[in-house]
Design a protein around this ligand. Structure first.
Ligand code: UT7
Length: 331
């Protein structure tokens, strides 16, 4: 019996209109465009403004666009997974809220939290439902309103993050394309270096946690950098090695966009020229689970059926992963 693969058959994204530039940040904290650009590669990021608007606002907009673009009825969707670290609320799952907003009524849906690797974890999980024959149409959303957990008085983190949402459709592949292989890993001993201190069950919100600014991203940048630069490169090299792929075989590397220096190190290790690396960090910053779908969305018009694409990410947890995709359509 031939193996059924899951193919990406469509992609859409939503980027909120407001742009927060390095110049504006210079007026908010002690930083400079020069520091931000040379250390991170970021020039600007988009911020979702508006009372009561959360991650589902961007996720549902991306899903509605995806359904329209692919000519899919909401009733046809079997499963929707939302990768996010900034759910609208602790429960119910943002995936449920997105499904409701997009008119998806015949599906089950749940959230997945693997921080910046969340989109990859969700793609790998969604693929299994297709491969097993359980589901025929699966939507994977990567959406984060990072501005909701960013302290705009802390220069260590406020220059890094932005808001966005992306969504892809997975369907059974009709030929030898689709999600070919994936490697996912996690190491919980990384928790001290990248986390949000309060708001969960171990430290519920209180006056003390608010006063202590514990509801924001906390990151020890250098420690995370060291892990990220090694692990993202290692896992990308590993997925290529075990599938006998060389840099020549790869059409595109799609790396998580946390820092231009990490992206460049990963590409070097894989033997891939910068012209084959999707990089848009300068315009969006680190949108956590949305970075990879945002890249695929922006580059979709250049992708050709059969292109070998490596998706790679590293994030809080620590979590990291790589996925080898054979692109399934000419756009
Ligand atoms: O997406 C999830 C995974 N996350 C990552 O992969 C992020 C990994 N880490 C990084 O990308 C980098 O560590 C950062 C971009 C976060 C920081 O860059 P760095 O080169 O590691 O800088 P640093 O933290 O070592 O700070 C160097 C100096 C410090 O000053 P002193 O102690 O040398 O006087 C910081 O206080 O830069 C200072 N600094 C800033 N200066 C101007 C930190 N943030 C800023 C800022 N503007 N925004």
């Amino acid at each position: 019996m031939t193996k059924v693969r899951a193919a990406i058959t469509g992609i859409a994204a939503m980027v909120p209109p407001y742009i927060l530039t390095n110049k504006e940040l210079e007026m908010m904290v002690d930083t400079s465009d020069e520091w931000i650009t040379t250390r991170t590669g970021i020039k600007e990021r988009h911020i979702l403004k508006g009372d009561g608007l959360g991650t589902s606002e961007m996720g549902s907009a991306a899903v509605k666009e995806l359904l329209k673009k692919t000519g899919t009825s909401p009733d046809e969707i079997d499963l929707l997974i939302c990768a996010t670290v900034t759910p609208d609320m602790i429960f119910p799952a943002t995936a449920n809220i997105i499904s409701n907003k997009a008119g998806i009524k015949n599906a089950f849906s749940f959230d997945m939290n693997a921080a910046c690797s969340g989109f990859l974890f969700a793609v790998a999980t969604g693929s299994k439902y297709i491969e097993s024959g359980t589901s025929k149409k699966v939507i994977i959303v990567g959406a984060d309103k990072m501005s909701s957990i960013t302290d705009y008085t802390n220069r260590d983190t406020c220059v890094l993050f932005g808001d966005a949402g992306g969504a892809i459709l997975l369907e059974p592949a009709t030929d030898d394309c689709g999600i070919m292989d994936s490697i996912l890993l996690a190491d919980g001993s990384g928790q001290p270096y990248l986390h949000m201190k309060a708001g969960g069950s171990s430290r519920p919100p209180s006056h003390e946690t608010i006063d202590g600014k514990e509801h924001f991203v906390y990151q020890e940048g250098q420690a995370v950098f060291k892990f990220a630069v090694t692990k993202m490169a290692d896992i990308s090299a590993e997925i290529m090695g075990r599938n006998n792929l060389t840099g020549e075989d790869i059409a595109w590397l799609v790396p998580h966009q946390a820092n231009l220096r990490i992206i460049e190190a990963t590409a070097r290790r894989m033997g891939i020229g910068k012209n084959k690396v999707m990089i848009n960090i300068e315009r969006y910053g680190n949108t956590t689970t949305a970075t990879i779908p945002l890249c695929l969305w922006e580059w979709e018009h250049k992708l050709k059926k059969g292109d070998n694409i490596i998706l790679a990410a590293f994030g809080g947890g620590f979590t990291w992963g790589s996925i080898w995709v054979k692109w399934a359509y000419d756009s």
